[in-house]
Design a protein around this ligand. Structure first.
Ligand code: ADP
Length: 142
């Protein structure tokens, strides 16, 4: 049984998130599940429904909004509250995913990947980096 499962969520990719739900249900039955959303760069603002200019919130405001959205998304997974923890941080997604995996001593990372295409070859860049560098098993869902 896994004890600490990390599930990175790209808030702007609802389809990828939907793919994760059944796998998280199967593999994280009794585990603590850490959901992580990383705020990478400006295009991310669009996924929060915010305009690019004008009333952009400051860093803390953005982090709060992202956390609200992540908490909303996490409800779809139907995990008892006591077993869920949500995290929002800034930085390069792959670095932050790997860092949090170590911090929470993850024994499994469940990550979604886009369908392989010519542009990404076999795995997208985030999933590929996590598979390559994580210190624990990684389940790539597609
Ligand atoms: P890409 O080619 O866009 O990197 P991948 O298929 O490699 O796409 O990875 C997609 C997965 O990586 C997402 O389903 C999610 O689990 C994770 N991921 C990507 N960006 C982020 C982010 N900003 N925050 C959290 N997880 C992310």
């Amino acid at each position: 049984m896994y004890r600490s499962v990390l599930v990175p969520i790209d808030i702007s990719e609802a389809d990828l998130t939907r793919q994760l739900i059944p796998q998280v249900k199967i593999h994280a039955k009794t585990a603590k599940v850490h959901f992580l959303s990383v705020i990478p760069s400006v295009p991310f603002y669009a996924s929060l429904g915010l305009a690019y200019s004008g009333e952009l919130p400051d860093k803390n405001g953005l982090q709060t909004k992202a956390l609200q959205k992540l908490n909303e998304i996490v409800k779809q997974f139907d995990i008892p509250e006591g077993r869920v923890q949500t995290h929002v941080v800034y930085g390069p997604p792959k670095d932050q995913i790997l860092k949090l995996a170590d911090t929470v001593s993850a024994d499994l990372v469940i990550i979604a990947s886009h369908q392989p295409g010519i542009s990404t070859y076999l795995l997208g860049s985030t999933a590929a980096a996590v598979v390559r560098h994580a210190h624990c098993p990684v389940l790539v869902v597609r």
